[in-house]
Design a protein around this ligand. Structure first.
Ligand code: AMP
Length: 425
């Protein structure tokens, strides 16, 4: 507890930390909390699982105490915008956990669920709103929520908001928050669009980066399995049967494939549930609660739906389909190995998916170990990659340009020969 006290937190906020059971601040907390407590704008470049939620919720609670008390009612004074409903629920839950000894009330605001209940709660008054952009704008348009008293504005997972096309919405929301405010922006990666957004909505932000941005948590044991497309389900079942898999998130490329995987796993007797954007909010919450409680061993999900899932002790992440973006790979495997626990991440790679693997390995600057499971023989053709142990694999572009250089040289040689023959004839 004293470690958190040294970061500038006090009273009931400290009590909340202690009730959460934290004794030592994580690196992002140690770096961000003192600056945020002092009222600075921040850019926190940190992956999920690093403790970043507490890194902004704790100073936010601290700052709410420091702000002048509203003369009338209970206006929204802290606003957290997140990309998904699941994350909204999680962050709001965190505000209740850390803020359980404070007088502040919070509300999660997101689409796909009754707006009337949210309107009623907002009318009664809340201090903290955790929202997804679409529903928040809807409530603003209806005149139900005013952001004119917001003093702390947090954007979480800004890169994902950009991926999901929310940047325009964020700008609209930011324009409604008073200029005199504190803005905290968190993002796992820092693409140009996020840097530009930060520049336009923050004032002299302090930049904090925790860990190597490109590298997944060190506690994740990563591996790659070469397979044929029709062998994937067999390999998944084999891993579930033979490895010490306590709980696993299986990532699929599409919603359709996710449903099919669950059907096949259930037929084989595994307890599996699914999470994707075609499922209703109720179904998603039920799936997550069942997975959290251990009723389901397997959660099959697509990228967007799985964003922000904070379930402790996920022992395995399996990329049933190789992610086609290196950033997705980092995010996906960040579901395991959280808060210093050990985790395993396996990626199934077919010949057609090899290009994605090459991009991932280039991004993280290392070749991932190839894994073969005893009792499971794959008929996949050998890789066209360098032998194990060699450094960064070559990109197909590189290979192609070398081949085309050779072709061009041969063509030049042929031309010269023809010229010689014509001149001598
Ligand atoms: P987050 O990156 O915010 O999603 O947090 C990842 C996990 O770490 C959550 O389960 C938190 O409860 C946990 N956590 C956050 N801060 C600490 C801390 N200082 N000590 C131990 N666990 C923590």
């Amino acid at each position: 507890m004293s470690d958190f006290k040294a970061l500038g937190l006090k009273g009931n906020t400290l009590k909340g930390v202690s009730r959460a059971g934290y004794t030592t601040p994580s690196p992002i907390q140690a770096a961000a909390i003192p600056l945020a407590v002092a009222g600075r704008d921040l850019i926190g470049c940190a992956q999920t699982g690093t403790g970043k939620t507490a890194a902004f919720v704790l100073p936010m609670l601290h700052r709410l105490y420091e702000m002048p008390r509203p003369k009338r009612g209970r206006p929204v004074r802290a606003l957290v915008v997140v990309p998904t409903r699941e994350l909204a629920l999680q962050v709001e839950k965190a505000t209740r956990t850390y803020g359980q000894f404070t007088p502040f009330l919070s509300l999660a605001v997101f689409g796909g669920t009754s707006i009337d209940k949210q309107i009623r709660t907002l009318r009664r008054g809340v201090d903290i709103v955790v929202a997804t952009p679409g529903r928040l704008l809807d409530l603003m348009d209806r005149g139900v929520i005013s952001l004119s008293k917001v003093g702390v504005f947090v954007l979480d997972e800004a890169d994902r908001m950009f991926d999901m096309g929310f940047i325009k919405d964020i700008r609209k929301i930011a324009a409604e928050v008073p200029k005199q405010r504190q803005t905290l922006l968190f993002s796992a990666t820092m693409p140009k669009a996020v840097q530009e957004l930060a520049q336009s909505i923050q004032t002299e932000p302090e930049y904090i980066q925790v860990g190597q941005r490109r590298n997944p948590a060190k506690t994740v044991d990563q591996g790659v399995c070469r397979v044929l497309p029709n062998e994937k389900i067999g390999l998944l079942c084999h891993v579930l049967q033979t490895q010490d898999v306590e709980s696993v998130i299986v990532f699929s490329r599409t919603k359709y494939r996710a449903d099919r995987i669950v059907r096949k796993l259930s037929k084989k007797g595994f307890s599996a549930t699914v999470m994707h954007s075609n499922r209703s909010q109720k179904q998603r919450e039920k799936a997550l609660a069942g997975f959290r409680s251990g009723r389901f061993q397997v959660l099959v999900a697509t990228d967007v739906a799985a964003r922000g899932i904070d379930v402790d002790s996920i022992s395995h992440v399996i990329n049933y389909d190789t992610p086609n973006q290196p950033d997705s790979y980092i995010h996906r495997i960040g579901r395991t190995g959280r808060a210093e626990t050990e985790g395993v991440a396996l990626t199934f790679v077919t010949e057609a998916e090899e290009k994605h693997l090459i991009a991932i390995e280039e991004h993280i600057s290392r070749r991932l170990p190839r894994k073969v499971f005893e009792g499971f023989e794959s008929d996949a053709p050998p890789e066209i990659l360098p032998a194990p142990g060699s450094v960064t694999p070559k990109t197909p572009k590189h290979k192609k340009s070398k081949a085309s250089r050779r072709k061009k040289a041969a063509a030049r040689k042929r031309n010269r020969k023809h010229k010689r023959q014509r001149s001598t004839s």
